[in-house]
Design a protein around this ligand. Structure first.
Ligand code: FES
Length: 105
């Protein structure tokens, strides 16, 4: 199973071993990462699961579709690596991925 590291806004790391198919949002919540509020429960409507994917992983993770792109416009401090973690399904290729949680409030 892929291992994923989440880093919260204070710089604290959280390691997660994740079943492929779960979303990054579910993986973060399962290990208690602060700041992944996920208020809409993963329906791509709130942007409170916003995080940043390092450029080195951009090809593996991919970019947002049109619906996610529109919801990302609601997020705080959107950047080039922004993704809504509820919209990223974990794959085996993501082993070693580092995800920086955005300031979601
Ligand atoms: Fe609401 Fe991801 S949980 S957009």
């Amino acid at each position: 199973m892929p291992k994923i590291t989440f880093i919260d806004v204070d710089g604290t790391s959280y390691e997660a071993t994740v079943d492929a198919g779960l979303s990054l949002m579910e993986a973060a919540i399962n290990v208690g990462v602060p700041g992944v509020l996920a208020i809409c429960g993963g329906s791509c409507a709130c942007s409170t699961c916003h995080a940043y994917i390092d450029d080195a992983w951009a090809t593996v993770v991919g970019g947002p579709n049109d619906i996610e792109d529109a919801t990302l416009d609601l997020a705080n401090d959107r950047r080039s690596g922004s993704r809504l973690t509820c919209q990223v399904a974990v794959t085996a290729a993501m082993d070693g991925l580092v995800v920086h949680v955005a300031k979601n409030d």
